[in-house]
Design a protein around this ligand. Structure first.
Ligand SMILES: Cc1cc2nc3c(=O)[nH]c(=O)nc-3n(C[C@H](O)[C@H](O)[C@H](O)COP(=O)(O)OP(=O)(O)OC[C@H]3O[C@@H](n4cnc5c(N)ncnc54)[C@H](O)[C@@H]3O)c2cc1C
Length: 396
């Protein structure tokens, strides 16, 4: 069975130097004060056009990001692949809203879809829908507000762009994951993704939507989506995550005066996440599951369900995934046990990937348990390697 405590497997791809570096970086991220100061300094440096690549690239960027381009990621993809861990290249440029940037993101995402179509080690493509239109259009359309003529056109353009991406994924036979972000954009994204599933998921799940299970309404939404898929005769691609924007969601709800869409406790989020996995597994004749989590319990839950029901570990309807630079003990041990495991591997120019990096640093600062878990595993592996070396020396 899977043993997440096996650090030899977890860190097999890392040299001694890599491990020491990871220990230092995780040690720094464990301090909210240092993380805050580093973020402010970086933002200040950017503002005054002070070069930052030389400090960011060999440190935190190198820990969490594959490279600036698809080509630069190739060696990471190969290294992970040697251990049975697949890669999902994620173009991580965020928050751009003008037409040139949208066109650029579209061209780059098409390239990444085509690239995924060529390599067994890249089993999915992925994109953030917010990269393909303005926040105003997404917010208004999601709230059911009246759009101006220009906004109506832009909303249609958004749908066309998403269709271009999904169609290419269908043509090169690569499933595509559509990420979820702020809840106030999601209704219009859900509507669009559903239309794509009707078009492209007739034979199998090619288009995957994301369900953020920290939202109170998502379990019901999943069940309704299943009913619709069954009725209309298409497969449902379901990527599950807990959700990355809890504080922002709660703040906006409090400020604007509506009920927070987020579960009140972590326990409720966990229950909702695990219930979604159980529901989807029960309906696996229609739903394909992408289990995007660093939570050991939710990972084992799906692995156990598969085992108890004699499902082949390589069955393509079931995937496990973690972010690059985090929870290698889950990804590598899953892969060693024969399951479908993949890393989200972000890429993009240093400057543009910074929001992603800040989020990772802050997440590792706030999710105390996770950072100390990484540090504990790293310490365990260093100790194990030292012991092996000592034993070898004594033998000689
Ligand atoms: C492969 C992959 C893809 C991802 N894609 C997306 C994406 O498209 N969109 C997105 O939003 N995020 C995405 N994430 C991030 C994800 O949503 C989580 O932020 C992150 O994975 C931590 O949750 P966990 O299940 O790994 O672990 P855990 O440590 O078990 O859970 C932490 C999460 O629990 C929830 N939580 C914590 N405290 C509370 C509380 N008091 N009340 C209610 N809920 C609470 C929050 O969602 C928090 O992030 C992705 C993660 C992975 C691994």
């Amino acid at each position: 069975m899977i043993n997440f405590k096996n650090t030899e497997i977890a860190f097999a791809s890392k040299s001694d130097r890599d491990i020491i570096k990871a220990r230092i970086l995780y040690g720094i991220m464990a301090s909210p004060f240092i993380t805050k100061v580093a973020k402010s300094l970086t933002q200040f440096a950017l503002m005054i056009h002070f070069p930052i690549n030389w400090i960011v690239k060999p440190t935190i960027y190198n820990l969490f990001v594959g490279g600036e381009t698809i080509e630069e990621c190739a060696s990471r993809v190969e290294t992970l692949g040697k251990y049975g861990v697949k890669s999902i290249l994620d173009y991580s440029v965020e928050g751009k809203e003008n037409i040139e940037d949208i066109e650029k993101a579209l061209a780059e995402t098409l390239k990444s879809i085509e690239n995924a179509g060529k390599y067994d080690n890249i089993p999915f493509a992925v994109f953030k829908p917010t990269a393909f239109t303005t926040s105003v259009v997404l917010t208004k359309a999601s709230a059911g507000e009246e759009l101006t003529e220009e906004e109506k056109k832009e909303a249609e353009n958004f749908k066309k762009r998403v269709e271009t991406l999904c169609r290419r994924a269908y043509e090169v036979d690569v499933p595509v994951l559509i990420d979820a972000e702020d809840s106030w954009y999601q209704n219009f994204i859900d509507e669009t993704v559903e239309e794509m599933m009707i078009k492209f998921n007739k034979e199998k799940a090619v288009v995957f939507n994301t369900w953020q299970m920290y939202r109170k309404d998502r379990l019901e939404h999943l069940k309704k989506s299943y009913e619709k898929a069954k009725e209309k005769g298409y497969f449902l691609g379901a990527k599950f995550v807990r959700g990355a924007y809890m504080e922002k969601e709660r703040e906006r709800a409090a400020k604007t005066g509506y009920e927070s869409p987020i579960h009140e406790t972590k326990k409720d989020t966990d229950k909702s996440y695990n219930d979604a996995l159980r529901f989807s597994f029960e309906h696996r004749e229609i739903i394909s599951i992408f289990n995007g989590t660093h939570n050991e319990e939710s990972t084992l839950l799906l692995a156990d369900l598969m085992e108890k029901n004699n499902i082949d570990k390589k069955d393509n309807r079931f995937w496990f995934s973690q972010l690059y630079g985090m929870s290698d003990h889950i990804s590598f041990n899953l892969a060693a046990a024969g399951y479908n495991a993949a890393k989200y591997l972000p890429y993009g120019p240093v400057k543009h990937v910074l929001p992603y990096l800040f989020r990772r640093a802050e997440e590792n600062t706030s999710v105390k348990g996770q950072t100390s878990r990484e540090l504990m595993l790293i310490a365990g592996e260093i100790k194990r390697r030292k012991k092996i070396r000592k034993e070898m020396k004594e033998k000689n």
